[in-house]
Design a protein around this ligand. Sequence first.
Ligand SMILES: Cc1ncc(COP(=O)(O)O)c(C=O)c1O
Length: 378
Amino acid sequence: MPRIYLDYNASTPVDHRVAAAMRPFVEDHFGNPSSGHWAGVGAKAALEEARGQVAALIGAESDEIIFTSGGSEANNLALKGVAWSLKAKGDHVITSSVEHPAILGPCRFLARSGFRVTIVPVDRFGRIDPDDVRRAITPQTVLISIMHANNEVGTMQPVVGVSRIAREHGILLHTDAAQSVGKVATDVNALGVDLLTIAGHKVYAPKGVGALYVRRGTPLEPLIHGAAHEGGRRAGTESALLAVGLGTACELARDLAPMDEVCALRDRFWQRLQAAFGDRVVLNGHPDHRLPNTLNVSFVGQVGAEVLARLEGVAASTGSACHTGHVELSPVLQAMGVAPEVGMGAIRFSLGRRTTQREIDTVVDQLADILDVRRGRA
Ligand SMILES: Cc1ncc(COP(=O)(O)O)c(C=O)c1O
């Protein structure tokens, strides 16, 4: 049984060009980037080149990039760092109901620490209404955090609309772009954001590295205090190895052309599913404002985890969890108001650079067999 990987939103393989760029730093270039001698100077140069590559991908300046251990740390740094540094000014944060746990978790922590958090709802496609953000603003609001694209259903948020409102009110705006960077154009100035999260392992770099963009002049209390690494905003000896991995991945991600092919495959996948299953398959997420690689579908009346278990060799994710015979929808599907009998059959297929048409066709045929529909209809 061939193995088919359709879980690129969970993690991407390391691109071989990324691995090649990293290899000398595994084997030879071990210096501490803060050292003044030859070993440190080389490491520092590589670190700064990588910082420039990350910045270039999102239209930022190099000194606006802080390397982190990944998307979760970048989100934590953005939320806690801004909230703490502005707590004399206000104690209110706004976010949305479909954020990743790496946003909602820090928000719950802030709420336990005396902040107030407003969570704006989404419509049935998983999109917020910027006017809900406007209505949630109070004189105490110091930060708005709205994700660029959702990890589960791929829905893209109207970040530009939120940015206009945030600017009018002089409030900082963060976006979690862990899923959008490398899939759609993501430019900090076009989006109008002050902080932006990048996760390495979603963009063909290794796990354990990410970055936070912080617009010049944005106040930010570090999470990790110590020496003056990363402009005094994140202490700890930087890993030139991981930074080079992320930098190279970001350099490669500037070419979005491969995403057109991914999008075409994703659309073919959906068309074939519709042909095979008719109204027994439902699309979750926005039909248009959606990541080009993401296809979250519900097989009506089925349990997603059970369908996946029978899809031998196929790596994908479900939108529901089974607890002792009872199926619970993911918080994202719940927030979208998806009916239980539809949401429990949700499966997220997320495609990437290595996905082939043959893989997509194999999965559709397997699904048709498992769920007992005539292949001919596909
Ligand atoms: C939207 C989003 N934000 C944040 C994260 C967390 O990133 P990391 O796994 O690098 O900590 C993820 C990972 O799934 C994600 O999809």
